[in-house]
Design a protein around this ligand. Structure first.
Ligand SMILES: CC(=O)SCCNC(=O)CCNC(=O)[C@H](O)C(C)(C)COP(=O)(O)OP(=O)(O)OC[C@H]1O[C@@H](n2cnc3c(N)ncnc32)[C@H](O)[C@@H]1OP(=O)(O)O
Ligand SMILES: O=CC(=O)O
Ligand SMILES: [Mg+2]
Length: 729
């Protein structure tokens, strides 16, 4: 049991208290007693409203459930359905047009389009890697993934495979031809790059000297003009470095001695306190906050074993080049960091009221993560995060404008307590709940002075789609959701509303996660759709994916796309979008499923669900790669768990599945998952005792108690079961 320190009527867990007093506050200029007083005041002031907002969610859901139950067996009227949603206040009236006025936004957010990497903040090794993923090796990203096919002897072998290496070089040169084309010939034919008269001079095998079609794209270099070691280019605001080093093995097979192409990759990173981590108590929360502190003070480090060697990972310094006028050019060495707080639902025992009630975790996150960010704002770190002096907080899982207004008011209050100018905290709004999508314009208005992004979190959004309309009928198969009318309306509408609210040049319009981490060829083929849709950032699961996704932003000029989109919108599109958005993705008679298809869908869902839950509950791993039924590794987090659990629950309720069938699948798939984890010595098999295995029972609850879970969220049950496991150890 955590010891507690009484502070102004609140009982603060000793672990958090000591951390704040001894590690966070020194150097912030904030007086300790004033801080604890502010904490107490903020909880006293904001907790009742937080609770009221949660009660409103329940109230809406009950009315929607009753409407569908009442209408059972009657033909569905979309018109009546929408009128009902307006009537109960679920859809609010859209007011006059407006533009956001957010200021002091860093260029990674406002003006340059590029990948956004998400990382579990609880894992220091990953968190550091993500912060350093601003720059990535294109050669490594290509060599190590399926973007380069392994036919004709090009497979990945134990030692370097020159056949594969040659394919990587060819791919990279083709990329250079697209981004920085030569006035004549190809980067394939280059024997040397030099600088003369503040220009790039390119010598070809043919003996010709050529230059760039757009010479202004060459902006800096390192080394001698005759023998440069690095050449720096800028395209669509993104930097590309050609690294020249004849001593590197790969450069020996390149007449121009190119050793790598280094790409500016993850412009921004979301350090996640939410769905990709498992933080259930004061001890866990303190560990997460400590990593954020290390990032903000610049001293986070982690020693790890890599390829049989011990290495210590720290934050990368900035990068230095010489401009063509021989001035120093310093570029950020690290990604711009956002921190994703938790939403309004959960509470945590890190702080208790005097009646031993847990406080809302989202309020605690807001206060502590901002307090920690003071180290960046006050220049206490050797490394700057926001050059504009802003703090970037992503707020997930908000339902509708009142909840956004609540976060906005909370942030204003936190700024007041910490002596920060109002709107120093920038808010990222996850557009991932149905009531937010439907009322997005009003959600943005509620934070129009600080909003820095709207992101389509389509995974949570799909979970909410299923839960909200649980009683309307059985939903389409999970994989087919992406073809449904609501999802394209949701994605298009998010871009339209963001652009019409003046996001261009000021804030991000973001797209969702690439959740198949090993399918990079597929990603390179398809994720170009995100910049083409007008989004200026999109989520990737790993640094490698960031280096590959950035290729798209070199091909697509998002600024131009946004300008063109703004000219195209019409009033009619807005109306038809709303009814498409509210079209429930129900199975139609035309698409009735065979018993086999139903069983496959169930087994697939259960395999992913169990594979994720067992690691969450037993090992505290919040984001995992779990093989699906076709052995494709899927990124699973709490949002994907929300989808699978709610989907099974929905089919169970509507009689497509029986309880016995679900239990049989759970037991069969538990054995599959146990086998998948056989090489993990810390893994506890589930199939040895289904009755007592806590993770297995958590999975059962997620399905059989799924209908009653608030908004279909998985965190209440996951937390409860993880706390049980932690108590045993
Ligand atoms: C719906 C939503 O909310 S989506 C947002 C939540 N999702 C995320 O945050 C995704 C985070 N990603 C991950 O956790 C991982 O990439 C997974 C679990 C998806 C896949 O993991 P694996 O492919 O098994 O990667 P693995 O654990 O082998 O790590 C490989 C390397 O990549 C690095 N890496 C993987 N993902 C990341 C990441 N997101 N950020 C930084 N580094 C990463 C690791 O540090 C490791 O490098 P290292 O050995 O030098 O430290
Ligand atoms: O948070 C992202 C999502 O897709 O959910
Ligand atoms: Mg989400």
């Amino acid at each position: 049991m955590n010891k507690r320190v009484m502070k102004h009527g609140y009982k603060v867990a000793e672990s958090l208290y000591n951390f704040v007093e001894h590690e966070v506050l020194p150097g912030t200029g904030i007086d300790a007693e004033n801080f604890w007083q502010s904490l107490a005041d903020i909880f006293t002031e904001f907790t009742p409203k937080n609770q009221q907002l949660l009660a409103t969610r329940v109230h809406f859901q009950k009315q929607i459930d009753a409407w569908h139950l009442d209408k059972n067996n009657q033909p569905f009227s979309q018109e009546k359905y929408q009128a009902f949603l307006v009537d109960i206040g679920y859809i609010v009236a859209e007011k006059e047009d407006f533009s956001i006025t957010t200021t002091y936004v860093d260029e990674e957010v406002g003006t340059v389009a590029g990948p956004q990497l998400v990382v579990p903040l609880m894992n220091a090794r990953f968190a550091l890697n993500a912060a350093n993923a601003r720059w990535g090796s294109l050669y490594d990203a290509l060599y190590g993934t399926d973007v380069i096919s392994d036919d004709h002897g090009a497979e990945i072998t134990k030692s370097y495979n020159p056949v594969r290496g040659a394919k990587v070089q060819a791919y990279a040169r083709q990329f250079l031809d697209g981004v920085i084309p030569l006035t004549h010939g190809s980067h394939n034919d280059v024997i040397s790059y030099q600088i003369a008269g503040a220009k790039l001079v390119v010598n070809l095998q043919t003996g010709e000297q050529v230059s760039l079609v757009e010479p202004e794209k060459f902006i800096a270099f390192n080394g001698d003009e005759q023998n440069p070691s690095a050449l720096l280019f800028k395209n669509h605001g993104l930097h590309v470095e050609i690294k020249i080093d004849p001593s590197m093995p790969v450069a020996k097979t390149d007449p121009a001695s190119v050793a790598d192409i280094i790409l500016e990759s993850a412009l921004s990173v979301i350090q996640d306190c939410e769905d990709s981590i498992s933080a259930v108590d004061a001890e866990d929360k303190t560990a997460v906050y400590r990593n954020w502190l290390g990032l903000m003070k610049g001293d986070l480090s982690e020693t790890l074993q890599k390829k049989g060697k011990s290495i210590t990972r720290t934050l990368n310094p900035d990068r230095q080049y010489k401009t063509l006028d021989n001035e120093a050019l310093i570029l950020p060495g690290r990604s711009l960091l956002f921190v994703r707080n938790v939403g309004h639902l959960m509470t945590n025992d890190a702080v208790l009221t005097q009646h031993n009630e847990q406080v809302p975790e989202g309020i605690l996150d807001g206060l502590i993560t901002t307090l920690i960010s003071l180290h960046d704002l006050k220049g206490n770190s050797a490394y700057k995060n926001s050059r504009q002096g802003s703090v970037y907080i992503v707020k997930p899982k908000m339902h509708g404008p009142d909840e956004v207004a609540f976060s906005n008011a909370l942030f204003t209050r936190i700024e007041g307590c910490l002596g920060l100018a109002t709107n120093t905290i920038k808010m990222g709004i996850m557009d991932e709940e149905r009531r937010t999508s439907v009322n997005l314009k009003e959600c943005i208005r509620a934070s129009k002075e600080r909003v820095a992004f709207i992101n389509t979190g389509f995974l949570d959004r799909t979970g909410d789609e299923i839960h909200t309309s649980m009683y309307a009928g059985p939903m389409v198969r999970k994989e087919l959701m992406k073809n449904e009318a609501w999802i394209s309306a949701y994605e298009n509408r998010n871009v339209r509303i963001g652009l019409q609210a003046g996001f261009k040049g000021k804030a991000q319009i973001g797209k969702g996660m690439w959740a198949i981490p090993d399918e990079m060829a597929n990603m390179v083929e398809t994720k170009i759709g995100h910049p083409k849709s007008g989004a200026n950032c999109a989520w990737v699961p790993s640094p490698t994916a960031a280096t590959l996704h950035v290729l798209h932003y070199h091909q697509v000029n998002v600024n131009h796309v946004q300008d063109n989109k703004l000219k195209q919108f019409s009033a009619e599109t807005c109306d038809s979008e709303l009814s498409a958005l509210l079209t429930i993705p129900l199975l139609s008679h035309a698409t009735e499923l065979t018993a086999n298809e139903i069983q496959n869908e169930l087994d697939n869902n259960i395999q992913g669900l169990l594979g994720y839950v067992v690691r969450w509950i037993d090992q505290g791993t919040g984001c995992s790669k779990v093989p699906d039924i076709n052995n494709v590794g899927r990124m699973e987090d709490r949002a994907t768990l929300r989808i699978s659990s709610q989907h099974i629950c929905n089919w169970l309720h509507h009689g497509l599945l029986t309880s016995e069938q679900v239990i049989a699948s759970l037991q069969k798939m538990a054995q599959v998952v146990d086998r998948q984890n056989i090489t993990d010595s810390s893994y506890e098999p589930m199939a040895t005792n289904f009755d007592t295995n806590i993770a297995f029972n958590a999975a059962m609850d997620l399905i059989f108690k799924g209908k009653e879970q608030p908004s279909g969220y998985t965190e209440p049950l996951l937390h409860q079961r993880r706390i049980e496991v932690k108590a045993l150890n």
